[in-house]
Design a binder for this molecule. Structure first.
Ligand code: BES
Ligand code: MN
Ligand code: ZN
Length: 495
């Protein structure tokens, strides 16, 4: 991250230099709090001239008069602050980040003018941190001056209940870290982040108290994960399966399990993809990234839950040793699969990871995430992930968590008629179901590996990468799923 942000909360922030940011609502565009920092009335004049009305997410930014305690004064519109959702407060935090400019010290005055709750103040800080994320590891020529790039900025939120703010912020800071971790894993190029390197990053979670096991090719062979291993045959880099365990609940509580597709690069294999846009397939481990980011959050905030994260890490390459269309593999479950298209590889990785998860951990609920199909983008675009589930209550809980976090999901159907589309002439099933309903037949395939466990599959091909810019993210990778599932756990599974 080019700019490192240090957040604090204070009851009485004394302004000296830097940027002062205040909230302006529709009913009070220039708050009492900021008037003290604007003795010459400069801001009030600017507000008039620019017709700033306090409309939500609007901003105005002025140079403070020479004798003012700050260098610059800015206002961020909160509209009708009582009506703002948690996510909208995060967006306002993101707006504040954009105002920082060259300042090293930012004082955010929340005293009045629609004083947000402590929770809302913490949400602003979360949004600000999320917006500050930038993936510039490989830029040797920084766009702006060096000084700016290695800069530390301290942001002080002045709030009457600073202690409550601080408490509310503690878990959100961890969320910001988890989202950043997921984004970075997706943004990293595949030459840097192969299966072994990804597994090492999962292993880093041990520092937070997560138990992490890394299964090698040899161990997966023993477990008969032929479907997962088949995808990896064309790659010079060996596969890995990472198993992360967080025990924050009662020892006997059944765990909540998360399973992620971690194809570090998807060429399509022998059914090779067209060249245009293939570079995006470095992000085909978005499911695994979300699971890893989520485990970071759950452990970091010491969530009172037992959680399992399992990620299947492989690279899908064409090669003399690669698997072919027409090949038949035997999955860990014993079911056989005819490979019709080697580019439908995500489901082959997931089916063995799902079987392993159920056999070993007998989870109370199992949720998998995968950048599984291009078809889900045709159906839902980039603003909802596809949700498939065998359980209405779980679907509703996920939908609710999606609304709260604005990481939205939309349920699509499963049924026997779609299931028939993947019957095979030669094996128990084939790995593609033809042109129609591509996301649904992919989900039907996964469902064949789920026993009685309440299960949901999230197809995040449209939401994890190539993400539209928002007030809380400008990066190619969104980190989609981390906040969604953290909220799901918080609202439903913590004791
Ligand atoms: N990783 C892709 C899906 C994908 C496409 C993710 C675009 C993100 C952006 C997946 O492995 C894939 O290739 N799916 C095929 C399935 C088809 C061969 C049945 C697809 O969607 O075309
Ligand atoms: Mn593919
Ligand atoms: Zn893929």
């Amino acid at each position: 991250m080019s700019i490192s942000i240090e957040i604090s909360f204070s009851k009485t922030a004394k302004v000296s230099g830097g940027l002062v940011v205040a909230m302006g609502s529709v009913s009070e565009p220039v708050s009492q709090a900021v008037k003290a920092a604007d003795p010459a009335g400069q801001l009030e004049k600017a507000v008039k001239v620019s017709e700033f009305t306090g409309k939500s997410f609007s901003t105005i930014d002025v140079i403070a008069p020479v004798d003012a305690p700050a260098d610059r004064i800015a206002l961020v519109g909160t509209g009708e602050p009582d009506k703002l959702s948690a996510y909208e407060w995060m967006r306002i935090g993101g707006k504040i980040f954009t105002l920082i400019g060259k300042a090293r010290k930012v004082t955010v005055l929340l005293g009045d003018g629609g004083a947000p709750s402590a929770e809302a103040a913490a949400d602003m800080a979360l949004g600000l941190l999320m917006r500050s994320y930038a993936f510039d590891t490989y830029k040797t020529k920084k766009p702006e001056d060096e000084e700016r790039d290695s800069r530390k900025v301290s942001v002080v939120f002045q709030h009457g209940d600073a202690a409550d703010c601080k408490k509310a912020f503690a878990s959100r800071q961890v969320v910001a870290e988890g989202v950043a971790l997921a984004r970075t894993l997706v943004n990293e190029p595949a030459n840097v982040l192969g299966p072994v390197e990804f597994a090492a990053r999962a292993k880093d979670l041990e520092a937070l108290g997560v138990t992490v096991e890394i299964l090698t090719e040899k161990e997966m062979k023993k477990l008969k994960m032929e479907a997962l291993l088949g995808v990896s045959l064309g790659s010079a880099r060996p596969p890995r399966l990472a198993v992360m365990r967080w025990q924050g609940g009662k020892p006997k509580d059944k765990p909540v399990a998360f399973v992620g597709k971690g194809v570090v690069f998807d060429t399509g294999g022998i059914s090779i993809k067209p060249a245009a846009g293939m570079e995006d397939m470095k992000g085909d481990m978005g499911g695994a990234a979300a699971v890893t980011g989520l485990m970071h959050v759950l452990a970091g905030r010491k969530a009172k839950v037992n959680a399992i994260g399992i990620i299947g890490l492989v690279e899908n390459m064409p090669d003399g040793a690669a698997q072919r269309p027409g090949d038949i593999v035997r999955s860990m479950s014993g079911q056989t699969i005819e490979i019709i298209n080697t580019d439908a590889e995500g489901r082959l990785v997931l089916c063995d990871a799902l079987t392993y998860c159920q056999e070993r951990f007998k989870p109370a609920v199992m949720i998998n995430l995968a950048t599984l199909t291009g078809a889900v983008m045709v159906a839902l675009g980039q603003h909802h992930a596809g949700l498939f589930s065998n359980d209405d209550a779980l679907s509703q809980a996920l939908t609710k968590a999606g609304e709260v976090t604005e990481e939205r999901v939309w349920r699509l159907p499963l049924s026997a008629d779609y299931d028939k589309m993947i019957d095979s002439k030669f094996a128990d099933m084939k790995n593609t179901g033809g042109r129609y309903a591509g996301s649904i037949t992919a989900a039907q395939f996964l469902k064949r590996f789920v026993k009685d466990t309440p299960w949901a599959h999230l197809d995040i091909a449209g939401t994890a990468m190539g993400s539209p810019s928002t007030d809380v993210n400008q990066s190619w990778a969104s980190g989609f799923g981390v906040r969604l599932l953290d909220e799901l756990v918080r609202a439903n599974y913590e004791s």
